[in-house]
Design a protein around this ligand. Structure first.
Ligand code: SF4
Length: 353
């Protein structure tokens, strides 16, 4: 049995003017000790997926429209709030994206770490302080700095505190929401190494949310590519990197700078993510896909197995893994393709302003 299994998860937000369809079919699973990279552009639904797992979305506006989130075989969507509170922070914990806003500015950091322990363990005062000090030392912060406030720490140190809070109760699943985005590159590598070491020590599974394929290549066992709230491609790291099947994933890879090829400019995928309040018909990627045909504009593709447990959501991907779109440079084709310019952002991208 998988530790976490998400099947066709759908979530929308009610606003005064329309329904915003944030998640429209998220499917993946994660076993004990594994790391899965959830990759996509800004606005694709990565953070909403993580927040949905812990049911942290606003109850006033968020609505679960379908699907299931099975953790150790139990559907979290059916669970009562008091049962969820026993899981949050203990069995599943989260490293939030921005350490500047994840910490309480009015409390010393040691008190914030102790709060997490107190919520799940009945320790006396001495043991509580010892455990909080130990986790601080583990993430590379001297225990005597525990009495300081978040504003007295650098960005990297604050992120270490957030990681300490997430790991202090040895969770079985860690949701890491772009844990290094707010940090500079040298600190990024240190933080990722530290998370990997702590994860290995406790055999913790991790959902690593990122838009950086380099981070995925170095840290993940499996990859799910998400676009407009749908997982469009999912499989092992080798399958996704060596046998890319979906045109969007190809576009992401082609957007990366190459060490072997001399190019004057990068090749972004033309256009922008669709408005979740007004999604296109058929395949949600069709306005940006140079391979789109009539069927793509009308019929929603299913997530289908194209071999080796490699799933792809494309009408034309079932003709052999990675072979249907052989050597085309999808981004170059996208530039040549006569696509309607539906958003002023396209001009900005095209002119490289
Ligand atoms: Fe492109 Fe059509 Fe495949 Fe969508 S279904 S990714 S539009 S070829």
């Amino acid at each position: 049995m998988a530790l976490l299994e998400i099947n066709d998860l759908r979530v929308s937000f009610r606003t005064s003017t329309s329904d915003v369809h944030a998640l429209n079919g998220v499917t993946f699973s994660l076993n004990e000790g594994e790391t899965l990279g959830l990759v996509g552009e800004t606005g694709a639904g990565k953070t909403t997926t993580a927040m949905s797992i812990l049911k942290l979305l606003s109850q006033r506006t968020a609505q679960y429209d379908g699907g299931e989130i099975l953790f150790q075989g139990k559907n979290l969507m059916d669970m009562k709030e008091k049962d969820l509170q026993k899981i949050r922070g203990k069995k599943i914990s989260m490293i939030f994206q921005d350490p500047m806003t994840a910490l309480n500015p009015t409390m010393p950091i040691i008190d914030q770490i102790e709060e997490c322990i107190t919520a799940h363990k009945g320790l006396n005062r001495t043991d509580l302080r010892k455990q909080a000090n130990d986790i601080l030392e583990t993430v590379g912060i001297p225990a005597e700095r525990g009495k300081e406030f978040p504003h007295q720490f650098s960005g990297g140190m604050k992120q270490r505190v957030v990681i300490a809070m997430a790991l202090v109760c040895s969770p079985e699943l860690l949701l890491a929401d772009e844990p290094t985005t707010a940090l500079d590159v040298t600190i990024q590598a240190q933080i990722l190494d530290m998370i990997q070491d702590l994860k290995k020590k406790n055999n913790t599974a991790m959902l690593l949310i990122t838009h950086d394929l380099g981070i995925v290549a170095e840290n993940c066992d499996k990859v799910a590519i998400i676009y407009a709230g749908e997982v469009v491609e999912y499989g092992s790291l080798e399958e996704i990197f060596d046998h890319t099947a979906h045109p969007y994933t190809k576009g992401l890879f082609n957007s990366l700078p190459s060490l072997e090829e001399k190019t004057d400019r990068l090749k972004p995928i033309r256009g922008l993510m669709p408005d979740p309040a007004n999604l296109p018909s058929g395949c949600k990627f069709h306005p940006r896909c140079p391979y789109a045909d009539e069927k793509c504009t009308q019929e929603i593709p299913d997530l289908q197995d194209v071999g080796n447990s490699h799933l792809c959501r494309c009408h034309h991907s079932n003709k052999g893994v990675g072979l249907y779109f052989p050597d085309e440079r999808i981004n170059e084709k996208a530039y040549q393709h006569d696509l309607p310019v539906s958003n002023p952002g396209n001009d900005i991208l095209e002119k490289g302003i």
